[in-house]
Design a binder for this molecule. Structure first.
Ligand code: NAD
Ligand code: ZN
Ligand code: ZN
Length: 347
């Protein structure tokens, strides 16, 4: 089968021929129908050799959707032909966090060598993929696989961040979304679906700001040195109750810190290498809570898929063949993907 692999640190990903894997005990084999490309893959491919945490070659792709085609011995709860989305942040399955479906918070996964597909384990950018347990599979219940693939991360991650801040997202409040890419364009829609706040979207690209407006942002602001004062102006000087930063660079974190209101939340979702200073003298207004959320829970993925089935959120996608996946990564790197790039391994 064809698979998109990162084979050598510093080299571009390649489409290669590898054997179709066979499901071992408890595992499920999926025929991949759609797989999304995330900016985190570009971060992984930028890490230096000394710090590279995963075995190579690595089949990329941590946003996967597919059809069940084979079950390993003892695998239950799914049947051949089922259309499912893959919950990616696999945990130990036994601890308190995992019992709550919060496998993204499992404290044992790393120690046990359990790694998410595409981020250590073979991922979804292939014609077939293995899933370690049927508990990682969420039924699509008729949702289009191309729509569903981005929801497993680009939808789930902002949903998790927004849910955490819901008590502050009251009517009359303002939420700022910094970076309206794969995650950001779904964040705007999730804010509109879950709350009645005013949504202000920031990006460096006019095309992305146009998408932000098309998917429900009330205001769009060019992300430059004047962005924070524009947010303050739009909020009558008080700032925004919630700021979600989907870039996470020094520059955007400075905008986040200068845009957030007293008692507000700053959610640093982007892994752009910046850090936020918390503590007196750090530049944040009093009583601000800052967090760096990671992916989301299994239950939250079920919620996001239901929101999409109800027509409340939809992924804006550009589709690619598996042969063109390396090109899609190049375009993502150049900032040329509006919404999410989704690969269809079987055309
Ligand atoms: P993307 O490339 O699709 O979108 C990024 C957007 O940010 C683009 O629209 C780009 O124009 C915009 N942008 C760049 N610089 C900007 C600036 N200075 N001000 C405002 N906007 C700017 O990326 P994505 O796949 O949506 O991922 C977003 C970030 O979230 C990445 O850093 C990714 O690694 C990270 N991520 C984190 C988690 C997590 O669990 N915390 C999960 C998924 C992705
Ligand atoms: Zn991701
Ligand atoms: Zn666990």
């Amino acid at each position: 089968m064809k698979a998109v692999q990162y084979r050598k640190v510093g080299a571009a990903p390649e489409v290669v021929e590898v054997p179709v894997p066979e499901p071992g005990p408890g595992q499920v084999l999926l025929k991949v129908t759609a797989a999304g490309l995330c900016h985190s893959d570009l971060a992984v491919m930028s890490w230096p050799e000394e710090q590279f945490p995963y075995p190579l070659p690595l089949t990329l792709g941590h946003e996967g959707v597919g059809t069940v085609v084979a079950l390993g011995s003892g695998a239950t709860d799914v049947a051949e032909g089922d259309e499912v989305a893959v919950y990616g942040p696999w945990g130990c399955g036994r601890c308190r966090k995992c019992a709550e479906g919060k496998e993204n918070c499992c404290p044992h996964a790393a120690g046990l060598g359990i790694m998410p597909p595409g981020l250590g384990s073979p991922g979804a950018l292939a014609e077939y993929m293995l899933v370690d347990s049927s508990r990682h599979l969420v039924p699509l219940n008729g949702l289009d696989p191309v729509q569903a693939a981005p929801l497993t991360d680009a939808g789930l991650t902002p949903y998790h961040a927004i849910r955490t801040s819901l008590p502050k997202l009251v009517p009359g409040a303002t939420a700022v979304v910094i970076g309206v890419g794969g995650l950001g364009h779904l964040a705007v829609q999730l804010l509109r679906a879950l709350t009645s706040v005013r949504v202000v979207a920031l990006d460096v690209s006019a095309e992305k700001l146009e998408l932000a407006r098309a998917v429900g942002a009330h205001e769009t602001v060019l992300s430059d040195g004047a962005a924070a004062s524009r947010v303050r102006e739009l909020t009558g000087g008080t700032g925004a109750e919630v700021v979600l930063d989907f870039v996470g660079a020094e520059a955007t974190l400075a905008v986040a810190a200068a845009s957030v209101a007293t008692e507000g939340d700053v959610s640093v979702v982007g892994i752009g290498g910046g850090t936020l200073q918390v503590g007196f003298g750090g530049g944040l207004p009093f009583e601000v809570s800052a967090s760096a959320p990671y992916w989301g829970s299994r239950r939250e993925l079920i919620d996001v898929i239901d929101l999409a089935r109800a027509g409340l959120v939809s992924s804006h996608v550009e589709t690619f063949s598996i042969e063109d996946a390396p090109l899609a990564y190049e375009r993502l790197h150049a900032g040329e993907i509006n919404g999410r790039a989704v690969v269809l391994p079987h055309g």
